[in-house]
Ligand binder design. Structure first.
Ligand SMILES: NC(=O)c1ccc[n+]([C@@H]2O[C@H](COP(=O)([O-])OP(=O)(O)OC[C@H]3O[C@@H](n4cnc5c(N)ncnc54)[C@H](O)[C@@H]3O)[C@@H](O)[C@H]2O)c1
Ligand SMILES: O=c1ccn([C@@H]2O[C@H](COP(=O)(O)OP(=O)(O)O[C@H]3O[C@H](CO)[C@@H](O)[C@H](O)[C@H]3O)[C@@H](O)[C@H]2O)c(=O)[nH]1
Length: 466
C-alpha cells in the first residue's frame, strides 16, 4: 500500500519538525499538519520564517522548501482527517493535574479527543499512528474507541514513538539512530500497515535502522529510553556531589568511565539537573504504570531518578545561599540561561525555574539573561508555580536583554544553561563591575576554572571538589 496523503494532528515540537522532514524526503506525499491552536498554525504559515513557532537549526529552510508544495498547516482538522490514508497523532500528553493519578499518570484526554474525532469523520479505512509518547497499552484504548463507532471503517493502529532531542531535532530526524514501528504483524492488515510506514522511512533511513516490534514493546521502549537517559544524568549528578566532598572532578570521572565501551561517553555531563518536557513526565508515567501493576519496588527504583534530580536543583540553590554568608535577601543574583538546555527556546521543566523559585523564597533579587527565551516566557514560568503574587515576582525578578547589564552589580552569577556564548564573555570586565567578593556558581561546568579564579572570582563548579 502506497501512502499519498498524511494528516498529522498536533503542530508542536514533534509534529512540526517530524512532518517537515517527511515532506522533504517524500515529495510525492501530501502532508497536512492540523492543530486546534489557531495562533500556532498562523505562526507556522507566517511569511517571515523567523516567526515559526519553534526554533530548531535547519527547520526554517525545510519549511521554506516544502510549505505550499506538499506540506500544509491548517486548522481544518475534519477535512485533513477525511482526506488522509495515514493519520499521525502528535498531541501533548502532559502529567495529569487532577483526579486519579494526579501528578504522575499521563493525561490522555487530548489523545482520546483525537481518536473520537477520527472515528466521527473517517469514511474510508485509515492507519492511525501514535507519535505522542504514551503509556504502554494505550493503543488498545484508541482501537476500542475507533472500532466502536460502528460505521464499518477499518483502523490499523501503529506505534511510532519519536526520539528526537530538542536543539538537534532536524539532524536527529534526518539521521536517526533508529526508527521504531510497533504493529500487529500477525494479521494481514496489520502487516500491510507496518509496511506502509516502513516504506515512508525507507526513503531516507537505512533499512537496518528501521526496527519493527509488537505495539506494546514499541510503546514501552519509548518510556524505557527516556528513563535510561534520565537515569544516566541522575547517576552522574549523584557522583558530582561525592566529587565535591572528596576533591575528585566529575569531568575526569565522566571521561574515565566513558572510555569503557560498555558505558560510552555520551550523556555524562553533570548539571544543575535535567529539564525538558519529557524526562520527568515520562518517568512519572512509568512509576505510575509500575504501581498500577503492584510493582512497588520497580516504581521506587525509577522514582529515585526524579528524587535525585530534585535534590540536585535544591542543593545548587542551597549552596548559593550558604556560600553568600547564609543570606541572599536583597542581594542581586544574575542567572545566565533560562532554557532547559542550549540551542532551544524551550523552558519546560527547566532547572532554572526551581532554582529561581528557591532563591526568591530567600528574597534574592534575580536578573535573568537568556539569548533565546522571551521575558514573557520567564514571567509565565515563575507565575505558573503559584508561589507568590505576580507583583512580587515582578519586583524580585527582572529580565535583561544584555548579559553585561544583567551582571552589573551582582553579588553572584549563576550559570543555568550551557549556551556557548557564555564561555566567550569578557569575564574580566564583568568582575570589575561586581561587588567583592564576586562569586560564580557554574551549574553546567562550562567555564575555565584557572582563568576565572585568576581574574579573582570565587568559583564554584558543579562536581569539582578543588
Ligand atoms: N518535545 C519533544 O522533544 C518530544 C520528543 C519526543 C516525543 N515527544 C512527545 O510527543 C508528544 C507531543 O509533544 P510536543 O512537545 O510536540 O507537544 P506540544 O505541546 O508542543 O504540541 C502539541 C500540540 O497538539 C495540539 N493539540 C492538542 N490536542 C489537540 C486536538 N485534539 N486536536 C488538534 N490539536 C491538538 C496542541 O494545541 C499543541 O499545539 C508528547 O506526547 C511528547 O511526550 C516530545
Ligand atoms: O549529559 C547530560 C545530558 C543531558 N542533560 C540534561 O538533560 C535534559 C534533557 O536533555 P536532552 O535529552 O538532550 O533533550 P530533550 O529534548 O529533553 O530529549 C529527550 O527527551 C525527548 C522527548 O521524549 C526524547 O525524544 C529524546 O530522545 C531525549 O533525549 C536537559 O536539561 C539537559 O541539559 C544533562 O544534564 N546532562
Amino acid at each position: 500500500m502506497k501512502i499519498n496523503n498524511i494528516c498529522c494532528i498536533g503542530a508542536g515540537y514533534v509534529g512540526g519538525p517530524t512532518m517537515a522532514v517527511i515532506a522533504k524526503q517524500c515529495p510525492n506525499i501530501k502532508i497536512t499538519i492540523v492543530d486546534v491552536n489557531e495562533a500556532r498554525i498562523a505562526a507556522w504559515n507566517s511569511k517571515n520564517l523567523d516567526e515559526l513557532p519553534i526554533f530548531e537549526l535547519g527547520l526554517a529552510d525545510i519549511v521554506k522548501e516544502t510549505r505550499g508544495k506538499n506540506l500544509f498547516f491548517s486548522t481544518e482538522i475534519d477535512k485533513a482527517i477525511d482526506e488522509a490514508e495515514m493519520i499521525f497523532i502528535s498531541v501533548n500528553t502532559p502529567t495529569k493535574t487532577y483526579g486519579k493519578g494526579k501528578g504522575m499518570a499521563s493525561d490522555l484526554k487530548y489523545i482520546e479527543l483525537c481518536a473520537r474525532q477520527i472515528a466521527r469523520v473517517a469514511k474510508q479505512d485509515k492507519i492511525v499512528v501514535e507519535k505522542s509518547t504514551l503509556p504502554v497499552r494505550t493503543a488498545s484504548a484508541i482501537k476500542s474507541i475507533l472500532d466502536n463507532v460502528g460505521n464499518g471503517v477499518q483502523f490499523q493502529i501503529l506505534s511510532n514513538p519519536e526520539f528526537l532531542a530538542e536543539g538537534t531535532a532536524v539532524q536527529d530526524l534526518l539521521n536517526p539512530d533508529r526508527v521504531l514501528i510497533g504493529g500487529d504483524e500477525s494479521t494481514k492488515e496489520g502487516e500491510i500497515a507496518v509496511k506502509a510506514l516502513v516504506d515512508i522511512y525507507t526513503e531516507w533511513v537505512p533499512k537496518n535502522k528501521i526496527l519493527t516490534t509488537n505495539v506494546w514493546s514499541s510503546e514501552l521502549s519509548k518510556l524505557t529510553a527516556n528513563a535510561f537517559l534520565a537515569q544516566r544524568v541522575s547517576s552522574i549528578n549523584a557522583m558530582s556531589e561525592i566529587c565535591e566532598k572528596t576533591g575528585a572532578d566529575i569531568k575526569e570521572v565522566s571521561k574515565a568511565i566513558g572510555m569503557d565501551s560498555r558505558i560510552g561517553p555520551k550523556f555524562l555531563n553533570a548539571s544543575v539537573g535535567f529539564g525538558g518536557s519529557c524526562f520527568q513526565k515520562d518517568i512519572l508515567n512509568l512509576v505510575y504504570i509500575a504501581k498500577s501493576y503492584g510493582l512497588n519496588e520497580v516504581a521506587d527504583y525509577w522514582e529515585q531518578v526524579i528524587i535525585m534530580n530534585d535534590h540536585q536543583k535544591n542543593r545548587f540553590s542551597d549552596n548559593i545561599v550558604s556560600t553568600l554568608y547564609n543570606t541572599v535577601s536583597g542581594k542581586k543574583i544574575t542567572f545566565l540561561g533560562w532554557a532547559f538546555k542550549k540551542d532551544t527556546n524551550d523552558t519546560r521543566e527547566s532547572a532554572a525555574i526551581k532554582v529561581a523559585d528557591n532563591l526568591l523564597n530567600e528574597q534574592a533579587k534575580i536578573e535573568v539573561y537568556d539569548p533565546k527565551v522571551s521575558e514573557e516566557r520567564i514571567y509565565a514560568d515563575i507565575a505558573n508555580l503559584n508561589t507568590r503574587s505576580a507583583k512580587e515576582n515582578k519586583t524580585l525578578l527582572t529580565v535583561k536583554k544584555d548579559p553585561y547589564q544583567a551582571c552589573n552589580d551582582a553579588h553572584a552569577i549563576a550559570i543555568l544553561t550551557e549556551w556557548d556564548e557564555f564561555k566567550n564573555y569578557n569575564w574580566e570586565n564583568i568582575y570589575n563591575n561586581m561587588p567583592k567578593p564576586a562569586f560564580i556558581f557554574d551549574g553546567r561546568g562550562i567555564l575555565n576554572k584557572e582563568i576565572i579564579e585568576g581574574i579573582g572570582f570565587i568559583y564554584y563548579k558543579i562536581g569539582s571538589g578543588n
